[in-house]
Design a protein around this ligand. Structure first.
Ligand SMILES: CC(C)(COP(=O)(O)OP(=O)(O)OC[C@H]1O[C@@H](n2cnc3c(N)ncnc32)[C@H](O)[C@@H]1OP(=O)(O)O)[C@@H](O)C(=O)NCCC(=O)NCCS
Length: 317
């Protein structure tokens, strides 16, 4: 029979989640690979999102690997791509990649990417075969917020999507699309906004200047989410470009940190593509430290929204 690639069925979800953990745990040489990612729920939550597709690879009828493909409007990215270690180096990832590229073609995305290990010759070569090229390093930053003396305050200047009345939501989603479009034509984060809200796995922070949306951040918060217990993970955060953009970035970070405290998840994580020089410096100055460094590979070999004049914190893990 050989390798077959199909959409992952709900009945295979638990096995696919455990293959994802074992594959990374083995690659990272953890003493007990299946414990990789702890209580973080990345696989099941992405499976249930509306802006994702999950592919499964079966070898002679047995599930041996999968890939999760996410759509942010005109931008598509994929991962985790994982194969059960006993079946590595037999072309199974290649089979999943062939189908992944077809999904991107069908979506008509203008830019595709992934986050991977810059030190791995195998990873770099695998993705290069599909036209992805390594560009900027992307450190994943974290900061354990210090305890406050006074009571925890709610975010000061920002609004929260979860508190937005249903009647106002279409306009807010449209404003998020507009802001995305100023960063890269067609960039649309509203699939993630909806997923966080519907699955109650996090929050979208909305920063306004009067009535104009000036910043947005999708945050996964706590156990049961991608972040895991005690952590607030910013998946995508950006402010509108132009004058005083760094002030807006600081305001966005302040609000995210206030939210992290309020929700009892005071470890804040954020990735920053090193093309965003000012965002990188701002995080360092605020006390964030890089946990580890990955590299983003992009197809075509172009910047898309990873440009120095933009302040964006994101990771394609
Ligand atoms: C990375 C991973 C998905 C690859 O899966 P796989 O099924 O072993 O990969 P494949 O056999 O399909 O493809 C590997 C390709 O890289 C090539 N390759 C491997 N090592 C190489 C090297 N040192 N230099 C150049 N090419 C290399 C292989 O030749 C093969 O290409 P080919 O089929 O054209 O010959 C798998 O090892 C895994 O699950 N790792 C742990 C989790 C992980 O790191 N996921 C990816 C995160 S971005």
């Amino acid at each position: 029979m050989g390798v077959e690639v199909n959409p992952l069925s709900e009945t295979d979800l638990d096995t696919a989640d455990s293959i994802f953990r074992i594959a990374f745990g083995t690659f990272l040489e953890l003493p007990d690979p299946k414990t990789a990612f702890g209580d973080s729920e990345l696989f099941r939550t992405r499976y249930r999102a509306r802006n994702t597709r999950v592919l499964a690879a079966h070898l002679d009828g047995t599930l041996v690997g999968s890939n999760v493909i996410t759509r942010w409007g005109s931008v598509g990215w994929f991962g985790p791509l994982t194969i059960l270690p006993a079946h590595w180096d037999r072309g199974i990832a290649r089979a999943l990649m062939d189908e992944t590229e077809k999904i991107f073609d069908g979506w008509g995305v203008t830019h595709r990417g992934l986050f991977t290990f810059p030190q791995s010759p195998k990873h770099l070569a695998l993705y290069a075969k599909y036209g992805y090229w390594p560009r900027y390093l992307t450190p994943i930053f974290a900061r354990d917020l210090p305890a406050l003396d006074g009571p925890t305050r709610r975010p000061t200047s920002a609004r929260l999507y979860s508190e937005t009345p249903a009647t106002d939501r279409p306009a807010v989603l449209e404003a998020i699309r507009e802001l995305g479009g100023t960063l890269y034509p067609g960039l649309d984060l509203t699939g993630d906004v909806d997923s966080l809200d519907r699955q109650r796995t996090g929050e979208t922070v909305l920063l306004y200047d009067d009535s104009r949306l000036d910043g947005v951040a999708t945050c996964h918060i706590g156990a049961g989410s991608e972040a895991g217990g005690g952590t607030t993970l910013m998946k995508f955060g950006a402010v509108s470009p132009g004058e005083r953009r760094l002030e807006r970035l600081q305001a966005l970070l302040e609000n995210i940190e206030a939210l992290a405290r309020l929700r009892g998840a005071p470890r804040v994580e954020a990735g920053v593509n090193l093309s965003h020089r000012e965002s990188y410096r701002a995080l360092l100055a605020r006390g964030y430290r890089a946990d580890f460094v990955g590299v983003v590979m992009q197809s075509p070999d172009e910047a898309a929204y990873h440009r120095p004049e933009l302040d964006i914190l994101d990771d394609w893990r």
